[in-house]
Design a protein. Structure first.
Length: 140
């Protein structure tokens, strides 16, 4: 499937209309593959997009189940494409993320699932993150 078809499918899945800003941001996520991107990384690559539009686009994509947040070891938010099973009601990206200390990339490890943890009855889990750190295969 070509890139413009993938973008159209992602926007359709998120029930969003196509805009130039959304197309440009999705192009960056598709180029990145499993690597999570910070808003500043996206902003550097898209010169014609103002910061407010970028933040609104990222927020809309996250709320629509197109991208998910990946926090790196420094606590900095990054974002990566969701699996096809995510929706605006439920994110299904319960996997670990790997942060490379050398190149500072954060990568989704789709096959490394976050374990289910039994909490006491009076606790309500709202979010879980599993971030592993070390040196990635490219930097090794």
């Amino acid at each position: 499937m070509d890139q413009s078809s993938r973008i159209a499918n992602l926007l359709k899945h998120g029930k969003l209309r196509t805009t130039n800003a959304r197309r440009l941001v999705l192009e960056e996520f598709l180029k990145a593959g499993h690597t999570a991107l910070s808003s500043s990384e996206i902003e550097k690559n898209i010169e014609d997009l103002d910061r407010i539009t970028l933040y609104r686009t990222i927020k809309t994509f996250e709320e629509s189940g197109i991208i998910h947040q990946a926090v790196d070891v420094s606590g900095r938010s990054k974002y990566a494409l969701c699996s096809e099973y995510c929706s605006s009601h439920q994110h299904e990206d319960h996997h670990a993320h790997f942060y490379c200390k050398k190149c500072q990339k954060t990568v989704c490890l789709d096959d490394v699932k976050i374990p289910i943890i039994q909490l006491p009855d009076n606790f309500k889990l709202e979010d879980s993150q599993l971030v592993l750190s070390g040196i990635c295969g490219e930097c090794e």
